[in-house]
Ligand binder design. Structure first.
Ligand code: SF4
Length: 234
């Protein structure tokens, strides 16, 4: 089956979105509004480029000799769960050729299409953005329970998972919160790794181009020292 969907961009040979060397498809559209979002140009569900699963799968397969044992395809966003049926079709097409599939998501949506997507997902990168329900509401616009539910579904299906959190000084850099994040490895056997990513302000120009203000304009990036101190805790 050939399906159409909206993508923001295609990156060949990425190395930071899952294991090994990967093609990365950034989907267009996101229902959330994270204050630290570095891709506000992916928000608009009517933006991006309309593509079909056949041609996108071909593009991914053309590069398959680079993926090796570990690599493959990662679908990120935006929020890929918004177009879960499209991603399912794409994953099916590349998996037929033995390509490993990774889903990079906020875990904030759940429906039948998402459930079917997990059937063809080898691994998930789950953003666990904040420690409390209050912060999730205020800084993401989503209930933390949705993320916890999503993680439980990954556990139930035994889908290999890496948990990630962007460290924003003053917002998501609490020591106790970081320790609790690291403990998710003990609670959920599907969680193989917890990664802390430093908040970066490279996105400021994108916000300017869109004519919207970046809520964290005055926040500093974490220092290497601070990242080291937090990394010891997980
Ligand atoms: S889920 Fe991702 S794309 Fe959506 S607002 Fe948050 S950081 Fe941005």
């Amino acid at each position: 089956m050939k399906m159409k969907g909206r993508i923001h961009s295609f990156q060949s040979l990425g190395t930071v979105d899952g294991p090994g060397v990967r093609s990365v498809v950034f989907m267009q559209g996101c229902p959330l509004r994270c204050i630290c979002c570095h891709n506000p140009d992916t928000w608009d569900v009517n933006g991006g480029e309309l593509v079909d699963t056949d041609s996108l799968a071909k593009k991914v397969l053309r590069l398959s000799h680079y993926y090796g044992e570990l690599g493959g395809l990662t679908v990120s966003g935006g929020e890929p769960l918004l177009q879960a049926a499209f991603v399912t079709e794409l994953f099916k097409k590349v998996k037929e050729h033995g390509v490993h599939t990774v889903l990079d998501t906020s875990g904030c949506l759940w429906n039948d299409d998402v459930e079917q997507l997990l059937d063809v997902t080898d691994m998930v990168l789950l953003d666990y953005k904040y420690a409390s329900a209050q912060d999730y509401k205020q800084y993401v616009g989503c209930d933390i329970e949705k993320v916890d539910f999503f993680l439980e579904q990954l556990q139930k299906r035994n889908i290999r998972t890496w948990i990630r959190r962007v460290i924003i000084p003053g917002y998501s850099d609490g020591k106790e919160d970081t320790i609790a994040l690291g403990k998710l490895k003990d609670t959920y056997s599907c969680v193989e790794k917890v990664e802390l990513l430093p908040f970066r302000k490279l996105c400021v120009e994108k916000y300017e181009a869109l004519g919207i203000s970046f809520p964290l304009e005055d926040v500093s990036e974490p220092t290497e020292e601070q990242m080291k101190e937090l990394n010891i805790l997980i």
